[in-house]
Every structure is written in structure tokens, then in C-alpha cells.
Ligand binder design. Sequence first.
Ligand code: ASP
Length: 309
Amino acid sequence: MNNFSMAIHGGAGTLVKGLMTSELEAKYKAALKEARDKGYNILEQGGSALDAVQTAVKSLEDTPLFNAGKGSVFTNEGTHEMDAAIMEGKNLEAGAVSLVTGIKNPVSLARDVMEKSYHVFLAGDGAMQFAKGLDYKIETPDYFYDEVRYKQWQGIKDSNSFQLDHSVKKDGKFGTVGAVACDKDGNIAAATSTGGMTNKKWGRVGDSPMIGAGNYANNKTCAVSCTGSGEFFIRGVVAYDVSCLMEHKGLSLEDAANEVIHKRILEINGDGGLIAVDAKGNIAMPFNTEGMYRAYKTSKGEENISIYK
Ligand code: ASP
């Protein structure tokens, strides 16, 4: 039997000073633990990495603490436009959605794109038509409402700027969520889900739903989910870059992930982090910000939940 492992993130960066209290920190950690354990239990019972990452991401989407699903940031028009992707390393199957509204769990819609359509990536109205065709319930905007994110949006809605979740500072908190897993059969998978950036407009799409940029999985190398300034992660083709360094340069998971986050992405001024697993169950979680909401658990008995460095 293969070692199995589960890792999740709730976004790189940290809350603006003064916003984080010990009570809030405990809430974040409890939400991370719940999501991680739901995914890990699936692996422990012999379930697939694909089911584990979808389940963990759904759990994170369902809490307003993170910028994905419930609690997604507001667009310039006061709506929520969400992006998600999922990928299976066994056969390079993938599904992604972008600019969807009213969908409680965008990661599940991404999986349905993968399994129930001939396509990989559906966006906007078309993605919504696809969801309606599968009888998805469309939630009203109040389901996604979160007061903190509403206030963030109020602060900048009349300007031309857009903002990463929780801060205008470069080292703000990105609230995207993601999961990677390696199952008992040595199959790996990755899933990522986000509300994007506060006050975004013009149909802005970040790295999260883009296969190869914010999300990627290949049994030969690794499964990766990213968080950070999406524009830079797209330009750096970050998730696939980690895979390429392993495949073509023979780097270990840890070395490849570090090279990308602590060198390559910094060279183009990108900030953020990623979580990654390989098919042996090894985990890497580098970030170049103050912190990254993260948790992992392995069949070797290692586990951790942390926020700061
Ligand atoms: N990468 C996400 C985006 O640019 C933001 C995040 O990680 O929170 O949409």
C-alpha cells in the first residue's frame, strides 16, 4: 500500500494587523482541521484522491472565513463571481469553471464539467446554463454575503483599484482555498476554488481555475494548488512549472516547489504560495508571504495546522 496524504490551504498572506484575534485564529484552525480531516478520512477508507480534494474544498467553500463559495469577495458590481478547477493525476482529466454566480460549491461544478461534458473549461453564462441543465440550485446573493468582505468592497468600490482579500497591502491575505491528495493507490489530485479579487471587473479571471497556472495534477510528478497574486501565477504558469522541474530536471517535490515560490515567482514580483503532493505521499507547502492558512495529515502519522511562518 502506498503512503497517503492530504494537504489543504485557505490562502496565502495574513489578516491585516488588528483583525486577527485569538478567537478568530481558533475559528480558522477549526475550519482547516474539519476540511483536512474530511478529506483524510476518505483516503483512510480507501477512497480516491479526487473525492478527497473535492470534499475538502467543499468544506472550505461552505465556511465564510475563506474567499471561496460562501464568503466570496464582491465584484465591482456587487456580485460574486467564482472560479474553480479540479484535476486528476492518473489520466490528466480536468474540469474548470469561471465567473459563475449563485453556485454553492463551484468545485463540484468543475468536477461535473470534467465528468459530464466534453470540455475542460466553461465560463460565465455558458457555465451557468450547464449548471442549470444539471439541476444545480442557484443560491440568492444573501447566501454568499459576508460583512467583512462587504466593508472591504465599500472601501474601494468607487475607485479603479481592486484588492486581494483582506488588504490593499502587497502582503495582504489571499483567501482562495485548495486541496491536494495522494491516495492508497498512488493516485494524486488537486482542486482550487476562489471568489477572486475584491472590486474585480471586466470579467477578470485569476490563476485558480486555469489548468497549469493555479491548479495541476500528474501522477508522474505532482499535484499542486496555488494561492497568491493570480496575474503573476498565470504568467509564471506556476503549478505546471513545479511539475516540469520534477519531470525534466529531476528535482524532488520539495526542491521544485521551493524553486518556483522562493525564486522564479519572486523574480517577476509575484507573492503567494502553493501546496503540493507527489505520488509517494510527500508534501511541500512553500509560501513567500507572512503566512498561509494551511493543514496536512499523512498516513505516516505526521500532521499540522498553521497560519504563520
Ligand atoms: N489566486 C487568486 C486569484 O488571483 C487569489 C487568491 O489566491 O486568493 O484570483
